[in-house]
Design a protein around this ligand. Structure first.
Ligand code: NAD
Length: 358
């Protein structure tokens, strides 16, 4: 581990900018030396929190003491701030969704290359315990070969805040939450996408989507349903994953859930049950001896935390855990989802190249 101390400025000191302040509070290697925000109210909040305030982005970029710029503004201005910062020879950490389209990210990646500086996107939900628990079930084939993955988040509070309601700022739930769930899915399933079919919801009457459902199929046969909702007064499980030998469920952020697997050998046949106005054996619960229920495993531990990895990347000792090529693929997938929903069509040409060779 490095003993060097890096100086960081947060640009956009709103909800997430100030949360980074908390995340970095005890970090031994990164020191927050100030913030820049266009809002007077947020400048005052920064001073109250003990961070000096810069009066302009130019003032941040011309300060030679600054090693890192952390971008936590609304999504529409990520690109311009990132490119200006990279051109000023700063390393950049950028909030998700990195940009509002894939062309903007390509421009940033070019600027990072030309200036030989790190550009790393805060896809922090790769470190979420629920995700890493399900990734473990997937990787270790605890329920046999996984063939279907459902990942969803559902709220009942509509779209929060102001700019998230507006297209011009990169608002909407696909860009906001979709980016996390799709990033997790593509980090878990290493296979080419063969088809995408999506619909977006506009229940709240905003000019951006307030939720979506997307059905994605992979070349290895896995199907997946990714869903975000903001008008769900009853929630479905966070994860529901089916394998050839069992099913795994995670209900909530507290990781309530279980694994049910099929027992080998001869088992008692299920007894028919009365279901509604009919009789069924097909839908009867399996007999007690036919299945075993177990707890979810402990989550996988990634090699480094997000910020440890940022430092290792800058010092050239590790590869980024969140690679820009992966972020680009997720952005392209979101563009394909918008296209599928707009045309009401299944899109089949998404992964023109295998995932490993983007
Ligand atoms: P917010 O509205 O609370 O904060 C944004 C701040 O940026 C505001 O204080 C605003 O005044 C400031 N700002 C706007 N334009 C600016 C500019 N040109 N220069 C400097 N400051 C500017 O929004 P938020 O919820 O904090 O979201 C900010 C970013 O963080 C978004 O990209 C969002 O998607 C992301 N985010 C990520 C997570 C996560 O878990 N990774 C969670 C929440 C938000």
């Amino acid at each position: 581990m490095t003993s060097k101390n890096y100086q960081l400025v947060i640009v956009g000191y709103g909800g997430m900018g100030s949360y980074h302040g908390k995340l970095l509070k005890d970090n031994q290697n990164i020191n927050i030396i100030g913030t820049y925000d266009i809002s007077e109210e947020r400048k005052t909040a920064s001073l109250v929190d003990g961070y000096a305030v810069y009066e302009s982005l130019e003032a941040v970029l011309s300060d030679e003491a600054v090693d890192f710029v952390l971008i936590a503004t609304p999504n529409d201005v990520h690109k311009d701030i990132a490119i200006a910062s990279l051109n000023a020879k700063k390393h950049v950490i950028c909030e998700k969704p990195v940009t509002i389209n894939s062309h903007e990210l390509l421009e940033i990646m070019e600027a990072a290359k030309i200036n030989d500086r790190a550009f790393i996107v805060h896809q922090n939900r790769r470190w979420d315990e629920d995700f890493l628990t399900m990734k473990k079930v997937y990787d270790e084939q605890t329920i046999g070969d996984v063939f279907h993955i459902e990942s969803r988040v559902q709220g009942a509070n509509g779209i929060p805040g102001d700019w998230r309601h507006l297209k011009a700022f990169g608002g909407g739930m696909l860009l906001d939450w979709g980016v996390h769930l799709l990033d997790q899915l593509l980090f878990m399933v290493d296979s080419k996408i063969t088809s995408v079919f999506a619909n977006l919801s506009y229940i709240l009457g905003d000019d951006v989507d307030d939720g979506f459902q997307v059905f994605i199929t992979f070349e290895n046969g896995i199907t997946s349903l990714i869903e975000v909702g903001t008008t769900n007064f009853i929630q479905l499980p966070r994860w529901y994953v089916k394998g050839t030998k069992g099913t795994a469920v995670i209900h909530d952020w507290e990781l309530n859930g279980k694994i049910v697997t099929q027992n080998l050998g001869e088992v008692e046949a299920p007894k028919p049950i009365k279901a509604g106005q009919g009789l069924t054996k097909t839908m009867a619960p399996p007999s007690e001896k036919a299945v075993s229920t177990s707890d979810l495993p402990a989550a996988i531990v990634l090699k480094e935390s997000f910020y440890e990895n940022v430092i290792s990347v800058v010092e050239g000792t590790e590869e980024p855990i969140v690679k820009n090529e992966e972020v680009l693929r997720v952005l392209r997938l979101m563009e394909t989802i918008f296209k599928s929903a707009e045309k009401n069509e299944v899109i089949k040409d998404f992964d023109a190249v295998p995932s490993k060779n983007i």
